[in-house]
Structures are given as C-alpha cells and as structure tokens.
Design a protein around this ligand. Structure first.
Ligand SMILES: Nc1ncnc2c1ncn2[C@@H]1O[C@H](COP(=O)(O)OP(=O)(O)OP(=O)(O)O)[C@@H](O)[C@H]1O
Ligand SMILES: [Mg+2]
Length: 407
C-alpha cells in the first residue's frame, strides 16, 4: 500500500510547498545582491499553522544552496549562549577541522591578549560578536552566514542578537537574519524601546491563506506522485474543505487519502469523509493552541462573538454580552485584531479570521466559557487608559460594572 504523502505536523516541510515562491525568490535575490539587500533581515509572521517554521526551513535551504552557512535556533532563554558557545564552534569545526581547533584553543587559552579576551568574552554580546567574526573570517567572503530564529518574542537575548547583527551589517559583513513569530509576539517586540532598530526595518512577510489554485496543486501533485489519482470533483471538495489554511491543506490531504483506503482513485465520498475528519481534528490541533496563546479576557471576548450563530458580530452586541461599555470592549477588539485572530468587518463589526474557529467555540468551548466573567480592567501596556463612557464612568465605574456581571 502506497505511503500517505501528507504531513499535518508542525514544523515538517510539506510534500509540496505552495504559494511561497515570491518569498523564496526575493530571499535568494537578497543573498545574491549583497550586503545592503533588505531581504537579508526578514521577519515572518502568521497565526499558528500558517507555515512560519516551514518558511524558515525554506529560507535555510535557499541559503545552503547559495553556499551559505546556517545557524538555526528556536528563540528562548540562552539562545545567545547556545549560538556563541555551541553552534558556532561546532560549525567552525566542520569547515576547518585543523585550523579551527587551534583558533579556538588560542581564544580560550592564550592568543591575542588572553586577559582582554577573557574579560570581553564574559559579556554575552561581545562573545557572540567575536564568534561570528571568527566564523565569517574562516569562510569565503563571497558567501555568508544566515541566522534563523523561530518562535521569536521579546527578550534580552533577542536584543543582544539584534545588536550583534546590526554591528556586523555596519561592518559590511555577509550576514542575514530570518525570524518567525506570532503577530502578537512580533508586535510586542517591535513596540519595545530596546528592540534593535534593524528589526523594525526588517522586510516583513505575512503568511496568510493560500489561493485555491495553489491548494489544488498542493493536494493533487503529492497524491499523483504517491501513486494515486483524485477525481476533479473530489479535488473540489478537498480544496474547499481546507479554506486555504496551510495546516489544513496537509490535514485534509492526509485524511482524504486515508479515507480512500485501498482504492487507487480518490472520489468525492472519500474527500467528504476526509474533510469531516480533518474538521473534527482541527479544533484540537489548531484552534486550541491558538486560544491558549491568548489571555482569559481575550477568550471571553471571542466566546461573546461566538454567541452569534454566524458572523460578523456587532461590537455593540459583544459589549452588551460582556457587560462592559463600548470603549472597554474596543480595547480588546484592537488587541485581537493585532493578534490577527479577528478582523474588522464594515463599520462596528468583527469576525473571526481563522476558519471554523466560531464553530469550534460554539461546539466545544462555549459551554465552558459562556458563564465566564470579563475580569477586572486589563493591563493593556503603557498606553493611556481609555475612560469608560457615560456619567459616573472611569475605571472605578467600569470595575463596578464588571463586578456586577461576575455575580
Ligand atoms: N505553503 C504551504 N503549502 C502546503 N503546506 C504547508 C504550507 N505551509 C505550511 N504547510 C503545512 O502546514 C503545517 C504547519 O506549518 P508550520 O509548522 O510551519 O506552521 P507554523 O506557522 O510554524 O505554526 P506554529 O505557530 O504553531 O509554530 C505543516 O504541516 C506544514 O507542512
Ligand atoms: Mg512553528
């Protein structure tokens, strides 16, 4: 029996990556064109399951095919330390087995001014910069080093990394950086004062849905390559069932293939069964992780939206269901729009951006959330707090109203 070609697994490159050719071509051009090319600093954003990690993998492949060295990491604590003290030394060892060992020894034991080296290299930033220079010195100046960082969010290590790359670029070093993160993490990062200027100027690539024609190709080609066929009608059903959501392309593909069992040809019934199963699994695999990234208050807002059987939802209704005033609800509206979970529709209404999230909330989450209260005034960062509308309003009044609905 032929192997199922689809890969509904986070971080796993699909059998056919579709709809990302512009990104790939631009990035390649950026590496080829030289130090000043804007694509050399690229930030990828998108919701969970839109293909950020897979996009980074693709950028890394481009860099390798151009002869570049690649340092691939997931952001988090110690990323600077891991790069400076493990990844780069490992890479140095692979490119220059003999020379490198002596260089590394000279770095830690004696070499150019041992004392200065030791004190300077105690600083993570100086250490990373030094290691990067060492690496760049050891390779052909025509090629460079790509640092790829997944799951980025605001933290000290990212600032160190940012300033290091900024320095190296100012020194006309052949370096590039690609990072990926959720829209909300990226917003926090870019809003922070410390965030290196270079990140704010980065070439930003937003991963959204995939066009229907591309989804067709992404389903059909792997099926045929793996030794089966799919009827045009079945393909229509499967394409429609993905709603263009990248993760769903793989999940619908896998379930449709599976539903066909031993049949050489995938027909409409198989596709329908496959789509049904994919939709049932989407809640656990896509919606739940996305909801888990949000605050309890954000989730209450979404639950209030989901009380409308169909979208869009009117802001007035949402505020009323939550028992808060319009200004208060609108702050959450902005947060969730920034996080790209919802989008504005016309005047005064919003709708879900993620396919089937409304249905998921209605089916699985709403019973638990319906009674949930809208907690006290939210911490919305440093921005000015918006007073509530109406006489006797203001934070105290707002809190009082919230208290009322809590009962
Ligand atoms: N362009 C594409 N064409 C076909 N399948 C894709 C495409 N992009 C991503 N996928 C598939 O979607 C799934 C999710 O991709 P990926 O893990 O890169 O998402 P992500 O954005 O990194 O998610 P998370 O935020 O949870 O880390 C994978 O199964 C991947 O194979
Ligand atoms: Mg990812």
């Amino acid at each position: 029996m032929a192997t199922n070609p689809f890969t509904p697994t986070f971080g796993v490159t699909p059998p056919l990556l579709v709809g990302r050719q512009d990104e790939i071509d631009d990035f390649r051009a950026g590496l080829q064109e030289g130090v000043g090319a804007p694509e050399r600093i690229t930030l990828v954003t998108g919701l969970r399951g839109t293909g950020k990690t897979v996009m980074l993998n693709a950028y890394e492949d481009v860099a390798k095919s151009e002869g570049w060295l690649v340092l691939s990491e997931t952001a988090g604590k110690d990323v600077v330390d891991r790069l400076a003290n493990t990844e780069i030394p490992n890479l140095l060892r692979t490119i220059e087995p003999n020379q490198t060992r002596s260089r590394i020894t000279s770095l830690t034991m004696s070499g150019f001014g041992a004392q200065r080296t030791v004190t300077e290299l105690n600083e993570p930033a100086a250490n990373l910069r030094h290691r990067m220079n060492q690496l760049l010195d050891a390779i052909d100046p025509e090629v460079g080093v790509l640092i790829s960082l997944d799951e980025i969010h605001r933290n000290e290590d990212l600032e160190i990394l940012g300033s290091t790359i900024q320095h190296l670029r100012r020194e006309d070093r052949n370096v590039a950086f690609v990072g990926a993160g959720l829209p909300s993490s990226m917003r926090d990062l870019l809003a922070s004062d410390q965030s290196a200027m270079f990140l704010r100027r980065a070439d930003r690539r937003h991963l959204g849905g995939i066009e229907a024609d591309d989804v067709r190709t992404a389903l059909q080609v792997p099926i045929v390559d793996a030794g089966r066929t799919i009827t045009p009608e079945a393909l229509d059903v499967a394409v429609e069932g993905t709603q263009g959501y990248p993760f769903m392309v793989q999940l619908v593909g896998l379930e449709t293939w599976r539903a066909a069992r031993d049949s050489e040809q995938i027909g409409v019934e198989h596709a329908q069964r496959g789509v049904d199963r994919a939709h049932r699994k989407m809640g656990q695999l896509v919606h739940e992780p996305a909801l888990a990234d949000l605050s309890a208050t954000d989730r209450s807002f979404l639950a209030a939206m989901a009380q409308d059987p169909q979208g869009p939802s009117r802001m007035g209704d949402i505020a009323q269901r939550l028992g808060v005033d319009a200004n208060y609800a609108s702050q959450y509206r902005i947060r969730l729009i920034d996080a790209e979970i919802i989008g504005p529709v016309g005047h005064g209404a919003v709708d879900f951006t993620m396919p089937y999230l409304r249905e998921h909330l209605q089916r699985d989450a709403l019973p638990g959330l319906r009674g949930a209260s809208f907690p006290g005034r939210p911490a919305l960062g440093a921005g000015p707090s918006t007073p509530a509308l109406g006489a006797g309003s203001g934070p105290r009044a707002a809190r009082h109203r919230v208290g009322e609905i809590e009962r």
